[in-house]
Each structure stands twice: as structure tokens, then as C-alpha cells.
Design a protein around this ligand. Structure first.
Ligand code: FAD
Ligand code: MG
Ligand code: MG
Ligand code: MG
Ligand code: MG
Length: 551
């Protein structure tokens, strides 16, 4: 009884000893986390779980290290080596966090409840449904593979999103080789079975194609000598190039390398239908062509989960494609709900929406104009609140604030270096074009999880000092800065122990030494010493004995 009402309990309501126990702390607020992927797990690992009553809900009771999924498809790394049970992660936090293996199928923001369903147990009503209350909800449910409603994809293609997918792909590759080796098949049938198609030339599709090529040339060709000359790998991409999110030099290198390796890169082709035996693709020049295939992997980008689409309709985001949050990762118009990772996108506030307010704050002496010094004084705050301004100044290679002022004044009035509101508007009129959407990567999701956990750890502070459009410095207050992404670079493994990397500052590095950088980064990033050991020993085993081809 003492624990229930929060704070002091009236002694009168019971004569028992319990009532004489020391008064309980006020009840902790309930935090519910949906998802145990990159976003959710990083949030949980960084959260001070003594401050909240934490519950975690996910249909998967483990965290998976997705960047190594392509390595699982070829048996370079074992599935067990890249997963960590979520209960083990939570246990390290002192066992204060509850986990339910279930999926959320509806969010009810009005009543601050979520509807969940277990697939492994039923309640008295005969279904596995239950309700969970929250004060704060962290939505980190990731995304699903986007098929663009292309007919036959769901039925006939593999996806590469989950550990099970990678295991299925590996088995399917082996089946294709064994089938092609059967005595009663003719040459055409063997060829068909050994045609592997990858749809989507993004980082995942490219890495998978490269690792499949390695698997075939380094291991399977020795084991299947009679059919190895029939193997073909095709990579189909609708755009004009593969790896378009990378620097041109990496794209070119990858296309050349795949060309030399004999991987058939078909750019400018859009897959329009997949049947059991053939893939149909379209190109303006050639029209429709159908090619027989043995196995296909579909990897063309991500889409929103259906229950998130429903949620978006409920909160007035029905016309959007992805759930939007503000720069503090809060879902707009939705008290206590946060969203991180692949399921959400940050709607960066535009400078032009706040231009009058920015001017008013900057014009400290209320003169109606801004001096260089006045702008200088607020510039750091503007950079934090509106990162696009910094990107703009960088992209125009401006040298200090004087350049910026000059750009607004034009040539005519070189003498006067003060800006009125019109000129200030003009100076900033193009900056919003620099607003960047963050990529759907583990790097973004985990930085967001970490940022949000820090916010939660300091939540009381924030409630007392809500943020304004511009942070006012020198007040000694602990105000929350908006989330800011630090890009640490991105890898594109291309097979044959070669990797391309694009590091911050557009630093490009390609080749064997970059592969070693890749090994060391991914060994370091492992979630526990246990998985780190397993992954490194898998790599070592592969170096010595090659990949295992039994399934
Ligand atoms: P996820 O990690 O997908 O986690 C979502 C979680 O939500 C899962 O636990 C899921 O089970 C759970 N969930 C789903 N539905 C529900 C529901 N209804 N209720 C409750 N829980 C639910 N990124 C990089 O930065 N570098 C890489 O090298 C890289 N390589 C990749 C390779 C592959 C093959 C893939 C598929 C992705 C790769 N990524 C990489 C991208 C990265 O994995 C994602 O950006 C990242 O996983 C996003 O994290 P998340 O937490 O938003 O979602
Ligand atoms: Mg997650
Ligand atoms: Mg994940
Ligand atoms: Mg996102
Ligand atoms: Mg002034």
C-alpha cells in the first residue's frame, strides 16, 4: 500500500507494520522502449535506469549487428557471432529493466497506452494481446524493406534485413549449387539455377553481391568444379550508377571492379515483376526483358511499418512518408513520444521561419541593424540550432562573417557593414537549401539513442528550462541542445579483401589497407567482448580454412 499513491501515505488507512515503513520515493515515470535494434539498444545502454521504470518491447529478444549480415550470407561470420541477447544487455544494467517479447501494433497517444501482441503466448481471451501504459515512449522500431509494390517480390525474393534472412540466403545459395549439380538437369537449367540476382545497387546490395562473388570464386568453385563456369551474378539498379550516396571516385572504382570480376552490373533497369522462374525488368531503350534466375535478393531501400503509418494518420502526419520529429527527436503534437533511427526523420526547422526572431535576439542594442559583432555573437548559437547555416557558409567558402555581410550588401554599399532586416533576410535566403536528411544507418540510430538517453538522464533540468529558438549563452543554465549528427565516415566493402571508405572531410580511401581498417572498426564496434571474440575468431577461421559450405 505504501508504494501506491506516491509520496507520504496516511498512517490511518492501516494499522499494519507496512504503514510504518519509511516513506517511498515518488513513483518513477514509465519509459517504454519499442525495438531492440541499433536505436533502442543504444538508448537502453546509456539510460540511467534508476531514474525511470523502464519496459522494453520487441518481437526479437536480441540485438543484431546488422553491418555484418552480408558476411553471414556467405558463412564468413556465423549468425551467433553477431547477436547479443537483450536480457544479457539489460542484466548489465542491474536487472531493473523489464523486457516483453511482443510487438506493438497500435499506439494510443491520447491515453498514453500502447497495444501489444505476443506471438508466443496467449492470455485468457485466447489472444496474446496486452496494454502497456507509458509516460514517455521511445519508438525505435526501424523500417521494413520497400518493394514499391512490385508484383511477386514478397513471394519470390529474399530480403536482407534480419539474421534469419541471412541464414535463409546462405541455405538458398547452397541449394542452387546442389540443384545445378543434379544428374538429370540440362545445361539451361543448370545455368538458371546458378544465376544470382541482386536488386538494388545501394551499400547493402553491393556488399552482398561482392561477398557472394568471393564465396563463389574462393570456396565454391573448388567444391563444384563441374558447374562453376555457369555461375553468373547480376546487380540491377534503376539509377544510372551504383553506390550513388558515395563519392564519384568510389562509384567508379566499384563499377570497374565489378566489371573485372564478371559481376553483371545493369544500371538504368527497373525491375517490374518477379515470377517463380524469371525476373522482368524495364529499360527505356530495350523495353521489357525477362531473365531466368535461381535466387534473387531484393534490397532497394526502406519503407514505413504499417502500424507507424496508422499512427501518423492519427497525429496528422498522414500526408508524410516517414514519421517526423523535431530536432530534439520528439514526435510533434504528441506529448511524451520520441522516435529514433530508421523509423523516423528529423524535420529541421528552417531559418526563414524564425528570421524575425533571430534578428530581434541578435540586435542587442535595438538599433534596428546588425553589426558584424552582433552577428558574430549569435553565430555559434545559430549554427547549433540551424546547422544548414554552417553548411552554407562552408559550401560558399566564406571567410568569416565579414564575407557573409558583404554577400548581402552587394557591391554598392561597401562602406556600411550593418545589415537591416531585409538585408539579413537576403543573406540567409539560400541557407535552407542546405538542409540535409540523415541517412538510415546504424551510425545515425545509435547516435540518436545515445543523445536521447542523455536527455532522459537530465530530464528534470529540461522541464525546468524548455528550449527556445535560440540558446541564450552565459546564463549558466543547462539547456538541451538539439541533436547533432557527427558523421564518422562510411565503408563500402567490395570483395577480394578490398574496401572503399569515405571519411569525414570527403577523404577517400580504397583498397586492401582500407579492408584492414574495416576489420578493426567492426571489431571495435561489437557490442560485447563475447561477440567481439566470436567475430574475430570467425574471420581467423575463414582466413585459415575458408568458408563452410554445408547447410
Ligand atoms: P533496427 O535496428 O532495425 O531495430 C528495429 C527493432 O524494432 C528491432 O529490434 C525489431 O525487432 C523491432 N520491432 C519491429 N517492429 C516492432 C514492433 N511492432 N514493436 C516493437 N518492436 C518492433 N548501417 C551502418 O551505419 N553501417 C553499416 O555498415 C550498415 N550495414 C547494414 C547492412 C544490412 C544488411 C542492413 C539491413 C542494414 C545495415 N545498416 C548499416 C543500417 C542499420 O542496420 C540501420 O540503419 C539500423 O539498424 C537502424 O536502427 P533502428 O534501431 O532504427 O532499427
Ligand atoms: Mg531499435
Ligand atoms: Mg539492428
Ligand atoms: Mg532516421
Ligand atoms: Mg544593432
Amino acid at each position: 500500500a505504501a508504494a501506491s499513491s506516491g509520496g507520504l501515505v496516511a498512517y490511518a488507512d492501516s494499522g499494519s507494520d507496512a504503514a510504518l515503513e519509511k516513506p517511498q520515493l515518488p513513483q518513477r515515470k514509465k519509459v517504454v522502449v519499442l525495438g531492440t535494434g541499433w536505436g533502442g539498444t543504444t538508448f537502453l545502454r546509456n539510460l540511467d535506469s534508476r531514474l525511470y521504470d523502464v519496459q522494453v518491447i520487441s518481437p526479437r529478444n536480441y540485438f543484431a549487428f546488422t553491418p555484418l549480415l552480408p558476411s553471414v550470407t556467405s558463412g564468413t561470420v556465423e549468425p551467433r557471432s553477431i547477436v547479443e541477447p537483450i536480457r544479457r544487455i539489460l542484466e548489465k544494467k542491474g536487472g531493473e529493466i523489464k523486457f516483453w517479447e511482443a510487438e506493438c501494433f497500435k499506439i494510443d497517444p491520447q491515453n498514453k497506452k500502447i497495444h501489444c501482441r505476443s506471438n508466443i503466448g496467449t492470455n485468457l481471451d485466447g489472444n496474446g494481446e496486452f496494454l502497456v501504459d507509458y509516460d514517455y515512449l521511445v519508438v525505435a522500431v526501424g523500417a521494413r524493406t520497400n518493394t514499391f509494390n512490385t508484383p511477386g517480390v514478397v513471394e519470390n525474393c529474399h530480403f536482407l534485413k534480419e539474421v534469419e534472412d541471412a541464414q535463409k540466403i546462405r541455405r538458398s545459395v547452397m541449394d542452387c549449387f546442389e540443384r545445378a549439380s543434379l544428374p538429370f538437369l540440362d545445361e539451361e537449367e543448370r545455368k538458371k539455377n546458378l544465376h544470382f540476382v541482386v536488386v538494388g545497387g545501394g551499400p547493402t546490395g553491393v556488399e552482398f553481391a561482392a561477398s557472394l562473388h568471393d564465396f563463389v570464386t574462393e570456396d565454391l568453385s573448388k567444391l563444384y568444379p563441374s558447374v562453376q563456369h555457369l555461375v553468373k551474378i547480376s546487380l540491377i539498379e534503376a539509377a544510372d550508377h551504383i553506390l550513388t550516396m558515395f563519392d564519384k571516385r568510389i562509384t567508379n572504382f566499384a563499377e570497374d571492379k565489378f566489371g573485372r570480376d564478371g559481376i553483371d552490373v545493369k544500371t538504368g533497369y527497373k525491375v517490374v515483376k518477379v515470377s517463380k522462374d524469371a525476373i522482368t525488368m524495364q529499360n527505356p531503350a530495350t523495353g521489357d526483358i525477362s531473365v531466368p534466375y535461381g535466387m534473387a535478393v531484393w534490397s532497394t531501400g526502406i519503407g514505413t511499418r504499417p502500424f507507424i503509418v496508422e499512427f501518423m494518420k492519427q497525429i496528422g502526419q498522414g500526408n508524410r512518408r516517414v514519421l517526423a520529429t523535431d530536432e530534439w527527436l520528439r514526435v510533434r503534437e504528441c506529448d511524451g513520444v520520441y522516435a529514433i533511427g530508421d523509423c523516423a526523420t528529423i524535420n529541421q526547422r528552417r531559418v526563414m521561419e524564425d528570421i524575425a526572431e533571430i534578428f530581434r535576439v541578435a540586435d542587442k542594442d535595438k538599433s534596428g541593424t546588425l553589426t558584424v559583432k552582433e552577428i558574430q555573437d549569435v553565430l555559434d548559437d545559430i549554427y547549433v540550432r540551424y546547422p544548414q547555416v554552417q553548411l552554407y557558409v562552408k559550401s560558399k567558402q566564406m571567410n568569416g562573417i565579414a564575407d557573409f555581410v558583404r554577400s548581402a550588401k552587394g557591391d554598392a554599399e561597401k562602406e556600411s557593414m550593418e545589415l537591416n532586416i531585409q538585408e539579413f533576410k537576403k543573406a540567409l535566403s539560400l541557407v535552407d537549401s542546405q538542409v540535409k536528411f540523415l541517412p538510415a544507418t546504424a551510425q545515425v540510430a545509435s547516435q540518436q539513442g545515445q543523445y536521447l538517453a542523455r536527455c532522459f538522464n537530465k530530464m528534470k533540468d529540461v522541464e525546468e528550462h524548455p528550449e527556445g529558438p535560440i540558446r541564450i549563452r552565459g546564463e549558466g543554465r543547462h539547456r538541451f541542445l538539439p541533436f547533432r549528427y557527427r558523421h564518422l565516415g562510411q565503408f563500402a566493402p567490395l570483395g577480394g579483401e578490398q574496401t572503399a571508405a569515405q571519411l569525414p572531410g570527403d577523404w577517400i580511401s580504397i583498397g586492401h589497407s582500407t579492408q584492414w581498417l574495416w576489420y578493426s572498426v567492426y571489431a571495435t564496434k561489437q557490442i560485447s567482448w563475447r561477440t567481439r571474440m566470436l567475430v574475430v575468431s570467425d574471420w581467423t577461421r575463414r582466413f585459415i580454412f575458408g568458408r563452410d559450405s554445408s547447410c
